[in-house]
Design a protein around this ligand. Sequence first.
Ligand SMILES: [Zn+2]
Length: 480
Amino acid sequence: MKKILKVLGAMILVLAVIVIAKTLANKPTTQKNIVTLAELPSDAIAHMSKAIQLPTETPNDSFKFDTTTFLAYRKFVESSYPLIQKNLPRTTIDSFNYIYEWKGTDTSILPMVLMAHYDVVPVEASAVILWHAKPYGGEVKDNYIWGRGVLDDKSSMISILEATEAQLKAGFQPKQTIYLCFGADEESSGYGATAVTKYFEKQHKRFDIVVDEGGEISTENNKNIKHPIASIGVGEKGYVTLILTAQKEGGHSSVPGKATAIDILSNAVVKAKANQMPLKLIPPIKSYIERISSYNENFIQKMKQSNLWLFEGSLLNEMSEDPHSNALVRTTIVPTIFNSGVRDNVIPTFATAYLNSRILPGETPNDVKAFIEKTIDDTNIKVTIYPNYQNMPSPTTDINSKAFKRIEKAINSIVDDVVVTPMLMVGATDSRNYRTLSDGVINFTPITNGKGFHGIDERMQISDFKKCFNFYSLLIQGSK
Ligand SMILES: [Zn+2]
């Protein structure tokens, strides 16, 4: 017995030594290759302000654009960027989506796509009084530009246009063809981006790299890491909604039976909520943890992150405690609609609930359906997939790919002491359509701690505008 204890003790000691040695050896490797940032062109801020003043609100009905505003926006782009207008042929797809082509000198290189959308979500009328600037005023104050759409996503569109115009002015000629693609309905149907990619598909185009909105820079998300973290979106979760229908003969509410349709359904929803899909560490999130680990100033956390071979399970459990990190490590399922009953004195025969799910790469809508059926385990409930909309999770861009490395290099050039990591996008963007046309789809804009997305006081720091301008300028210059 004593001998066994001795051996066990020695093993634990060895394990502890390995864990601590690995933790201590895990040192930051921040790259410093900062370039001097170019100043914004003299009229860039005025252009951004003008772009905000045109309220290109996304229509509820995807076919009812406010054509006056969208046409005015087109005019604004044409007159503000004369060299683009003169030198880059524009193709218009479905009225308001645009493709500008900047032909490279070497057509054997696969092209680059810089994309953005310029439609914006509406401003809630009752919330206007809470704003500290007019939502469509395009005001410039306190080192910010204010207004709906300044971050999402006119920051990208105007920065891409400014960078392109400036490079044209400087006489730059890319070797790699560059497409600028601007969408008009990302916030509603996204049909525009689908139509644009269909157009490219017809021409059998493939792209080396596609850059769209998504990831950002944060100095607030992780209090144990005193460096900015740039999260590059490399993949998107999938989307499915399941409809649960319970059926049980109803009748007069004065003589209720044992279980009504509402009872059966409630039970099922409680079960679905209590049994979430299993936790999983997918490659981009694993790389994310590995990359931030060396910067972690909390020793216990750093120890766990530096020794995933031993602490993966414990770390996953920790991550599942917070809704944001939970969404990165599992397929989430949440009830969003609950329907039943017509009168207070009638027991309804049907009850339905909608469960919305965001699916991790590697799983499918059918996996979610099978999981829910097994969890509920009740023949009184029918589970169907909501037919209107579903999406498979996207493939993920490899962090060793040329595309990822190109973005990483650009970020390291414009942000000092930054930790660059891959990230999974939990929502959908227009770029998902490009996954079949490119292995290098990237979601990133160098905005720092963006505030007001879809909400009140949407605003962009002028220093971030400068970063965005330099980021796209570097990407364009990299195409020679
Ligand atoms: Zn957006």
